[in-house]
Design a protein around this ligand. Sequence first.
Ligand code: 5GP
Ligand code: MG
Length: 450
Amino acid sequence: MRESCGVAAAVGPRATILVYRMLKALQHRGQESAGISWLSEKIVTKKGLGLVENALSPKELDVGATVSIGHVRYSTTGSTTIKDAQPMDNGFISVAFNGTIANYRRLEKQLNLRVNTDTEIILNILSNQIRKGTELEQSLLSFSQMADGAYSVVVLSLRGKVAAMRDPAGFRPLALGRVGTTTVIASETSAIEQIGGEVIRELKAGEVIVLSEEWIRTAERRGEVHTCSFEYVYFSRPDSYIDGISVYEARMRLGEVLALKHPAEGDVVIPVPDSGRPVAIGYSRRSGIHITEGLVRLTNSMRSFIMPSQSSRIKIIQDKFGVVREVMKGRRVIVVDDSIVRGNTMRELIRRIREAGAKEVHVRIGSPPIIFPCYMGVDFPTRDELLAANMEPKEIGEHIGADSVEYLTTEEMMQAIGRVDLCNACFTGIYPLREIPSAEEQRRRFVCRA
Ligand code: 5GP
Ligand code: MG
């Protein structure tokens, strides 16, 4: 099951409350369900559907517990049920995981299992190893030898151990920090800072950390690093750092390179809020064309991206934005966003921008065309639905109603982010996996509701 989620863990005083607060700070990584596990004699797990605030009640949390893990989930498959919510707990260990295991079929066969989610695979492999007497950290390392995919994972054991691992390719981010005397782990650095903590460092690709109040032990499995470039482009919070690079600054540089390599003649730069804003600022800064907020994003808007039908997605986009007529009237506007996926957002916005009287509309995108589905956890639909998979750049312009559309190339994007050890599979079709899921498996597991 494809999931791009957020995980958190804490060992020390106020562990459950700190995990709860970190989950809230990671809410952008998943809004379908939230859950927390802690240890008080036995492993206790509470989970619910929706936002952290609705799914969990702080009053229910055992404030005396000193070990805890948590999860926010963002999945793409049909209905969201509590059964699929994480952490997943078998009474022996509890697991919260962000990512996807691409070779799950092979593992299922090898282990003679029948599972519904990747988390169950981890749960099984780890429990079996630990029952045999293997230490948790060693079990995680051998799991990483068997599993091919993208995952950042936190585990809590009945013995009171908490461990965290970032997969050997480092696809997803994971950070270590401290809040007072409590050691914490979170998917993003900003979540640790949000709760008044201090980031100690980020986990390296393949690294396993065992948390405790007094000590932190580590082990590591080395591999080739392929961190997800879309974490920089869209997914992570702009105030996070990923492998030492500020996400906000990376996004500004995406805009700067865009202005340099893909200039447009226009009177004003308009960001698509919120995710397109830093890219637009960078674009404006480098081009010298001033930036103005011409699109207003309603704060109570719903997410269009995962709605089940094309018409409901468009309806939500209509409800999501307002257009400032005075900014658009008679102007040649340059609309800047971080990405185009299905093209719904841009098409609808341009229709409204023209209605508001814009003379020309030029679109500039802070990432390359998304042509291939993601098997590493990002919620991209099948090729049929990806706009750039089915159209030439010129046709894209016609489809969305723009006078011109330009994207970054993959090289330009890497240059802007400032690293080359990135996974760019959604742009290039080159998957840094040992084996790509078969067509049949892809259909079963990766089909987005259309
Ligand atoms: P489109 O309407 O083209 O399908 O989606 C593009 C818009 O969705 C952009 O404004 C972009 O910021 C945002 N977006 C890109 N990737 C994702 C994602 O994985 N999830 C969600 N919710 N939005 C995304
Ligand atoms: Mg956006």
